[in-house]
Each structure stands twice: as C-alpha cells, then as structure tokens.
Ligand binder design. Sequence first.
Ligand code: FMN
Length: 380
Amino acid sequence: MSTINTHAAHPRDCLFQALVIGRMALRNRLAVAPMTRVSATDGGCTTERMARYYGAFAEGGFGLVITEGIYTDKAYSQGYLNQPGLADDIQRDTWTTVIDRVHKGGARMIAQLMHAGALSQGNPYRGGSVGPSAVRPIGQQMAIYRGEGDYPMPRAMVPDEITEAIRGFADAAVRARHAGFDGVEIHGANGYLLDQFLTEGTNLRSDHYGGDLERRLRLIVEVTQAVRAAVGPEFTVGLRISQGKVNDFTHKWSNGENEAVQIFGTLAKLPLDYVHTTEFEAWKSAFGNGASLASLARQHAGVHVIANGSLQDPTRAADMIGSSQADVVSLGRGALAHSDWPARVLRGVPIDEFDREILSPIADLANEDRRNMERVRALL
Ligand SMILES: Cc1cc2nc3c(=O)[nH]c(=O)nc-3n(C[C@H](O)[C@H](O)[C@H](O)COP(=O)(O)O)c2cc1C
C-alpha cells in the first residue's frame, strides 16, 4: 500500500492553531468534509453506529465535523434512501446523541442542510423530483446510494414550492440549533437544488429566479437570509459552493474569474460566517491560471474560508493555510482513511491511501464494517 510521508520538512503547526468562526471556537484548522453515508433508519433518524462513526473523527483530533447532507423537509428535499433528516422533531432528537459524542471528543459539529432537487434518487415522501426547470440531469444515478439508470425528469418548481423549500431550510436550521449543533452549512454546491438554480444549463426560468447571474443567485440569497433570520445572530451559518457537480465533475463557471468575483461578492453581503469551497484539487487555479477557488473566496467573500479537495497530504493542507488561501481545510477521503488523521500528523505517523472499497457496492457504514473485517482477516 503506498503511503504519504508525514516527515516532509514543512511546518505543519499552522494546521493546529485555534480559530473562532462566528461564535464557534475550533481547537485547530482541520475539518471533516460532509460525506453522505446513507446509514440512517428508513425514517431518517440517526443510529448508534452513526454516533460512533462521527465521534471517532473528534476523538482522532479533528476540530470540526461537518455532517453528511441532511434533508430539510418532507416535500422534495430528500436525495437518497437512508439519508438522515432534520425534517421533524423526532429526527432532530436523534442527532443529540451524535452531537454529544462529537463534543465529548473535543470537536464542534455543523449540520449540512441539503435539498437534492433534480438529483433526488430516493424520496419516500413524494413521487417525482423537482428542480428549477424541467431539465433531466446529465449522467447516471449513483449506484453507491442505491440508484440505477438515468435521473428522472424533474418538474419545474412553482413559486409556492420554492417558498416551501426555503422554509424547509430555515426550519431545519432551527431544529439543528435545538439539537445542539454548533452551526449549519447550507449546501449550495455539487449540483444539488441551490446549485441547479445557479447553473445556466439547469435553470431556464424566466421569472426572478432565472436569467442573469444575480437572478440565478437569488435562491442562495433567500435561503441564507431565511436561515439567519430563523436561527439569530449567535449561531454559525456557512455556505458550501463549488463549480463541479456530482453528475458533472468538470463543470466550470462560464465567465471564469469575473463570475467568481461576482458570486463571492454577493456572498459577502449575506449574513454568513464562512464559505466552504470544494474543487478536485483545492490548491490549483480555479480557471486554468490565476488564483484557487478558495483563495478567490477568501479575497472576495470577506468571511472565513474552508477549503476542500485532495488535501490529505499534510504538507498540501498546511500550505493552503500557510499561504493564506484558506482558514480551515476539510478532508473527505483522507478522514475516511484515518479518522485520527490529525493525531497521526502530530505524531508523524504515515498516512495510508484511501481504500475506495469501503464505499462499494454501497457507501454505508455496514459496508465499511464488512470491508474492515475483511482486511483484519487478511492480516490473520
Ligand atoms: C462518500 C462521500 C460522500 C459525500 N457526500 C457529500 C455530502 O453529503 N455533501 C457534500 O457537500 N459533499 C459530499 N461529498 C464530497 C466531499 O465533501 C468532498 O468534497 C470530496 O470527497 C473531495 O474531498 P477529498 O478530496 O478530501 O475527498 C462526499 C464525498 C464522499 C467521498
């Protein structure tokens, strides 16, 4: 198995400096990226296994744990079967055990609020999917989340449904606060509903939610304002944004850096505490030459930035902070490889490559347990 050398001569101390985002005090700059693991009950409640899964990241030294995308309402937000929800008080109360476990481990916990829109491939509450326009998503449903074949053709949302979706985000944010989360992250990235409104090809609307960039950003603006109004000024609110999508990895904002400046300039006017950018390789130029997306966010959004994308090499991660491109780095696959990634880096222990088999054929925790058992048996 190939390893990454954690003894490289690069100062990593910056990864372990404390930081306050909003009202949330972090012990270091290391976050677990949101990762859907479809391991909740059929009714969207968390389980004891999920509490252990999330708790392990805190015990392993991460300062911040961001949850998988959580659905927000019982209308059209759910994307995947066995995705957890914050759509009612029963679901809310099951999060408390998970949060307690993470807090006991010394980390903060943020709920990622997600509306899947046209990318929904498993929603027991309503038939069919909705999006900004009746445009069938490109690509295929994700098999690791029990999907198969083409995405269904979504129905264009009517104004009342947009209002219902905004209300869903706000209500879920209030439930997150009551459950004990330290904040919420609005999922505006990766091709889900808010990103569908932002993206030209999926938003063909002629009302005030479609057309130029300002109009395509309107749903992100209104959701952020509604969430902030609902949770008050003391609760941390962030937004995740990306160019790439789960069904279109290489998508780029069409007007390059100008568009990025306009998008982050709009976010700067919103009541946000942080922006979380994600790119395939976070340190690379966002548009072929020039600054990284995280760096553009940091320059133009005026808030703390969490950078994500292939940062499991500690030297790379430290460089994002050391070169002032980001304030925090989040790890997805790196955290799955080692829930104690921060502790390992501190001790100079090698970092293994991520074993993608833990997500195959289904990306749930039962499959990860099975895979880990196989690896233990192979060693005996
Ligand atoms: C299994 C898995 C599930 C994911 N689920 C989500 C999700 O629910 N919400 C989200 O914003 N990103 C999700 N992502 C994307 C990750 O947050 C992250 O952007 C991606 O893994 C790239 O970061 P990495 O190079 O550190 O792995 C997921 C990634 C993986 C591997």
